[in-house]
Design a protein around this ligand. Structure first.
Ligand code: ZN
Ligand code: ZN
Length: 393
């Protein structure tokens, strides 16, 4: 019995912090990231790269801060030491988090951080700017005599290709969430509130040693027809479809796994859609090999759906969104498995595979597992769901 039959207390009591936590990213690996970014910046004909607070700052400098209205930025000149621009009152916190050697330039609340960015760069220098930097900060930089260009090409080329150390951190996050999904299925019972399952999943993620769920969606019955759910809380009824999508982070690296299964008995039509969903997920996986485009993986899933009379394209009943997204230090990051994304797949790239089928206003089935591209094809981080009654292998 994998669905129901246990309790919140029993499951939480038997969860222990993850054994053999994956090693953190080393100083050597961070230095190599900076070298690669420098080389790509020079190749792009620019003088420096600027990355604001957010996942890319964590990637290059180890500082796990989100963006706020105060500028925190890494300036990486093609030649010379990295510079970190940061509010002076944050200096202690910055130094405790910073994992690369850098020249730290501090600004007081009434000073201009943009002027500090420009210091040390020649007038008219070309700066590649992180596309995640708030527009207001980019505008202020533009008044400092710098030529600004989009840094997406450089940042994505670095972050898309995961190293063995990154793959190991992603693997641990996904293994943890799969275990949490397994426990969540076990606590289901008629009348349980979706909000109670969400709280349990957060506690279970914490019990395994993460900081809790990064996000969590628990949907029953008709609510499964809405990819990101409905606002009201729900109580589980017999013979309903259950959809749970959740994830956590390990050293900033994300998991994101969806299971859709029957609590009791569901219609033959739901079984048929489930089987089509499995086939679409499998077809996308089998289309993966180095050199093929991201969009061709999306197309492979849609061929299966169209053969089953679903779609075409984004039309419902069918798949209303892309087949998958890149994942790493951001939960959604380039490249994307979607028509129009012609990025060639390469070993080390990581994606979700989730060609959800929505039957409008009635139900939806999403199976979401992630894979990484290998030299010859793809490898799953977590094994796909065996059947509608067996969420786990
Ligand atoms: Zn998801
Ligand atoms: Zn996802």
């Amino acid at each position: 019995m994998t669905i129901g039959g246990s309790t919140v207390a029993a499951e939480l009591a038997s969860l222990l912090p993850w054994r053999d936590p994956t090693p953190r990213i080393t100083a050597g690996e961070r230095a190599a990231r900076l070298d690669r970014a420098r080389a790509l910046t020079a190749e792009a004909g620019a003088d420096a790269l600027l990355v604001g607070a957010g996942a890319s700052l964590r990637y290059f400098a180890g500082v796990p801060w989100g963006a706020s209205e105060r500028m925190v930025a890494l300036v990486l000149p093609v030649e010379g030491d990295p510079v970190i621009v940061c509010p002076r009152f944050e200096e202690g916190s910055l130094l405790a988090a910073l994992e690369i050697p850098a020249d730290v330039r501090l600004w007081e609340e009434d000073e201009s951080p943009s002027a500090l960015v420009a210091t040390g760069l020649r007038g008219g220098a070309t700066l590649l700017v992180d596309p995640q930097l708030p527009f207001g900060m980019a505008t202020a930089l533009g008044t400092c005599g710098l030529v600004l260009r989009d840094a997406s090409g450089v940042v994505d080329a670095c972050r898309m290709l995961k190293s063995p150390a990154e793959l190991a951190l992603l693997s641990q996050a996904k293994a943890m969430t799969l275990e949490v999904q397994r426990r969540a299925a076990a606590i289901l019972e008629p009348g349980i509130a979706a909000s109670a399952v969400i709280r349990f999943i957060d506690s279970a993620h914490r019990a395994l040693g993460s900081a809790g769920s990064y996000f969590c969606a628990v949907q029953f019955g008709r609510a499964t027809a809405f990819p990101h759910g409905l606002p009201a809380d729900q109580l589980l009824e017999e013979d309903q479809l259950v959809l749970i999508d959740t994830g956590c982070q390990v050293e900033g690296y994300h998991s994101d796994i969806t299971r859709t299964y029957a609590f009791g008995t569901v219609d033959a039509e739901v079984h048929a859609i489930f089987e089509t969903e499995q086939a679409a997920q499998r077809a996308a996986f089998e289309a993966v090999r180095p050199g093929v485009s991201c969009e061709s993986v999306d197309a492979a899933a849609r061929v299966v759906l169209e053969r089953a009379g679903l779609g075409p394209d984004y039309r419902l009943p069918g798949l209303p969104h892309r087949t998958g997204h890149g994942i790493g230090l951001s939960i959604h990051e380039p490249a994307y498995l979607v028509r129009g994304d012609r990025t060639p797949l390469a070993p080390g790239m990581c994606f979700s595979n989730e060609p959800m089928i929505v039957v409008p206003d009635r139900f939806g089935v999403r199976l979401e597992d992630h894979f990484h591209v290998t030299e010859t094809g793809a490898a799953w981080f977590t094994e796909p769901q065996p059947s509608i009654d067996r969420p786990f292998g």
